[in-house]
Design a binder for this molecule. Structure first.
Ligand code: SF4
Length: 369
């Protein structure tokens, strides 16, 4: 199969990477250490987007490890995934939504990943008993949508995806199915060149359950002719494409970059859905996290450069308490709204905390006012 063989050409070692990007001995040493803990895998396509002259290139930062990654600040499960796991690979945190961890593999490993604890590593959290998951969802009438996540589900063979979609499509109380994937960004040929995948999506989205792909563009330079071709193919298969972005230091922490990204996404038919505050993940926090106050300023400045469609997204934090919308900064306070919650009594509540220049997360010590 063309795309599976192509993935075997991914760059996974320092010696291969050195052929494409100049690395100092110090950088080599840091990368070697980092990938002992969290593997590196970069598609040749995505590698070609890196500006090799620029050590701080945002595309490079997204996939090439650096010494900053060796900093162990943070934790590996920042949003309480363990507590919400009902059986291996099946999470149920919000009443209407079930989440399936379909794989621990991705087309490329992003250095900022919030599931760093598992991608490219152990498959112990990955769904093993599909029937058991389907049974659980069938018994819970309140679930009206399922998110197939991972890892990246689009790295699974098309016939395996078919099993997922067929199994879920038979559940009457489901309204739609989402697939979270960064494949349109890092490996768009997997979509454009697999006619069976597109046929499968078209059949399901049109005749059975509406399909959404939630993709993950973080920088406007990721929107290339190839990725746009993949988006066109998805739209042509009657799939709705939403995008979530993570606000990342040194990548998109600039109002012009963020505005350009959102405006470009809308221009190619992708709906900006969420901008996420970077989670305080171990070996991610130190390198990529911005304070919430900084984030508010960047998002608001960026919104001034966007039309109404481009700024439909919500600035969001995926917290143990649930999804918390970061409403904005006013007179020294940051305002938040509980958008989704494990505890339904919290839904819709608005609260604030004093703004400072260092807090990147709401932790247990947070003071509410
Ligand atoms: S594709 Fe998604 S799951 Fe995989 S490493 Fe990137 S962010 Fe993590």
């Amino acid at each position: 199969m063309y795309w599976r063989n192509k993935l075997k050409e991914n760059i996974t070692t320092v010696s291969e990477l050195k052929k494409y990007i100049h690395l100092t001995p110090m950088e080599e040493k840091a990368i070697k250490k980092a990938i002992e803990m969290h593997p590196m895998s970069i598609t040749k396509y995505y590698l070609s987007l890196i500006n090799k002259e620029d050590k701080k290139d945002p595309i490079r930062r997204l996939v090439v490890p650096s010494k900053e990654e060796l900093n162990p600040l943070g934790t590996y499960d920042t949003s309480g995934e363990k507590e919400n796991t009902k059986s291996v690979g099946l999470q149920h945190k919000y009443s209407q939504t079930a989440l399936m961890l379909s794989t621990n593999r991705c087309a490329a490993y992003c250095r900022f990943c919030f599931r760093k604890r598992l991608v490219g590593l152990s498959d112990s959290e990955v769904l093993k008993r599909f029937d058991e998951a389907i049974n659980y969802i069938e018994k819970h009438n309140e679930i009206n949508n399922v998110l197939i996540s991972g890892g990246d589900p689009l790295t699974l063979p098309t016939k395996v995806l078919k099993q997922f979609l067929d199994g879920l499509a038979d559940i009457d109380h489901l309204d739609f199915i989402r697939i979270g994937s960064r494949v349109p960004v890092v490996f768009p040929d997997r979509i454009s060149q697999d006619k069976n995948l597109l046929k499968l999506f078209s059949k399901h989205s049109f005749k059975r359950k509406r399909l959404y792909i939630v993709t993950h563009f973080n920088h406007p330079r990721e929107l290339t002719s190839k990725s746009i071709q993949a988006i066109d193919a998805l739209l042509g298969s009657k799939v709705i494409v939403n995008n979530q972005t993570v606000l990342l230091k040194g990548v998109n922490d600039n109002p012009d970059v963020l505005a350009e990204l959102m405006n470009k996404l809308v221009s190619v038919g992708v709906n900006p859905y969420y901008v996420f505050q970077c989670r305080p993940v171990k070996r991610v926090k130190h390198e990529f996290e911005l304070s919430i106050a900084e984030g508010c300023k960047i998002v608001e400045e960026a919104k001034k450069k966007m039309n109404g469609h481009s700024k439909r997204f919500k600035y969001m934090m995926s917290h143990k308490r649930g999804k918390i919308e970061i409403l904005g900064l006013s007179k020294g306070y940051i305002y938040f709204k509980q958008h989704q919650a494990r505890n339904p009594e919290l839904l819709g509540t608005i609260f604030r905390r004093k703004a400072d220049n260092h807090s990147g997360w709401l932790d247990s010590s947070m003071k509410l006012y």
